[in-house]
Design a protein around this ligand. Structure first.
Ligand SMILES: [Zn+2]
Length: 136
């Protein structure tokens, strides 16, 4: 992958990292306001615990993505970005453009998903924006 392209992806990743951090901060705030509501007798405890569960689910997915983004930025810094951690071959440029934080080439990702099973792979947290431009 060309240096100029890596730089572009780095900027993209940094933007996505910023977004993910802001999202998680918002989730924290929402969780706190739910706690405040829960402290009041009139609040519906059941609804609140369900909302907290949903919040937790959403933020843990985003946290996973954030971890991948940070790992990708680290790989850019140490020069190993674009190399598949599974087989050591280069990850296709097109794939990196669509999913800059990916660690695997298409082949390894395919093998991985076969192993985990199709039902689980559909739950991989991929933001909708990346999904629509995902390279086959
Ligand atoms: Zn590979």
């Amino acid at each position: 992958m060309k240096q100029v392209d890596v730089e572009r992806l780095r900027q993209k990743l940094e933007f996505q990292r910023h977004e993910a951090q802001q999202f998680l901060r918002r989730m924290d705030q929402e969780a706190r306001s739910l706690d405040a509501e829960a402290a009041q007798d009139s609040a519906d405890q059941c609804v609140i615990s369900l909302s907290k569960e949903a919040l937790f689910e959403r933020s843990s997915q985003r946290r996973t993505v954030l971890g991948l983004i940070e790992a990708a930025l680290k790989r850019i810094a140490d020069g190993s970005f674009g190399t598949c951690v599974g087989c050591g071959n280069e990850v296709q440029d097109q794939r990196l453009q669509a999913l800059p934080w990916t660690q695997f080439c298409l082949r390894c990702q395919g093998k991985l998903e076969d192993k985990i099973g199709a039902s689980l792979s559909t739950r991989t947290p991929i933001p909708a924006t990346a999904m629509s431009r995902r390279a086959g």
